[in-house]
Design a protein around this ligand. Structure first.
Ligand code: ATR
Length: 272
């Protein structure tokens, strides 16, 4: 029987992960089945246990279970510890290995798909929830010249910044008015609600890249604002989604798939 994998979440019906992993499996000749697993909000552990009992080899974890998956893992990668969240579980007997590939996915998308070298750049990250925390360490590893974190509730940004030993600076949105950034990443959940983080005008440096970790059929309010503000390049989170999947696939199968054709497939209008 083919090895079993799934994405676990609630909701999960919208997830593109089965399509992505099926494409990776075809491309690399791996014999696996990848499905969607809807877990009741109070039954992540029971649902994951039942999947393992059926022979499941690994899970991708999406909202709202990344924190529970972090606690479920018996062995954690350094990235998962920094993120305090797990999006990839690998099962091996009684061992549950937990990793977080979101940050690597974002960095790979920036470097390889968008041609944006982070070294020496001024980076502004918006948000201080799980999505923001998960990408900070991998971004810092690329050695940006400046790393500013802004959040609507400034205390949360300050607390999160403290976990990164002075490598990042927390600011309120108001205090961004006198800065300019080469890369502005929206890691807030504002786009989900069709809202725009309260960015002052003028934060995008000439030619800056605006990156929204969300993706969808329509341009997000953040990307529309960035366009109006003269950002040089706009990107949604679809590339990050495919790249984080590629890193998960590598963790499970030891083979690195070619993400470019899969991203191209997802960008086709019928799959948007
Ligand atoms: P996630 O795990 O997706 O990061 P979260 O932990 O609920 O979700 O965090 C959501 C983030 O989006 C927070 O940083 C939140 O700001 P607050 O800490 O002030 O709540 C941010 N956010 C949500 N809606 C926003 C909006 N309309 N404008 C600015 N920030 C917003």
């Amino acid at each position: 029987m083919a090895d079993q994998y799934a994405v676990i979440g609630n909701p999960v019906a919208h997830s593109k992960s089965p399509l992505i992993h099926a494409a990776f499996a075809r491309q690399t000749g791996q014999d696996l089945v990848y499905t969607r697993l809807l877990a009741p909000k109070d039954a992540f552990v029971a649902t994951a246990n039942a999947f393992r009992e059926r022979g499941g080899r690994g899970l991708n974890v999406t909202l709202p279970f990344k924190g529970e998956a972090f606690r479920y893992a018996t062995v954690l990668s350094a990235g998962a510890r920094a993120a305090q969240a797990v999006n990839t579980l690998k099962f091996d007997g009684n061992t549950v290995f937990g990793d977080n590939t979101d940050g690597a996915g974002l960095v790979n998308d920036l470097l390889h798909n968008l041609g944006f070298a982070l070294a020496g750049q001024r980076v502004l990250l918006l948000g201080s929830g799980g999505a923001a925390r998960g990408v900070i360490e991998p971004l810092l590893q690329q050695k940006p010249a400046q790393f500013v974190l802004a959040n609507r509730t400034p205390d949360k940004a300050r607390q999160l910044a403290e976990d990164f030993r002075g490598a990042i600076e927390a600011r309120s949105y108001d205090a961004l008015a006198d800065g300019q950034f080469d890369l502005v990443i929206n890691a807030t959940s504002a786009s989900l609600a069709g809202e725009l983080p309260p960015l002052p005008p003028g934060v995008f440096a000439h030619g800056a890249l605006a990156y929204d970790m969300m993706y969808g059929r329509n341009e997000t309010p953040f990307l529309a604002f960035a366009r109006d503000q003269g950002a040089g390049q706009l990107a949604d989170g679809l590339g990050m989604l495919v790249e984080q999947a590629a890193v998960s696939f590598f963790i499970w199968r030891g083979i690195r798939p070619d993400s470019a054709p899969v991203l191209q497939l997802l960008r086709q209008p019928q799959d948007a």
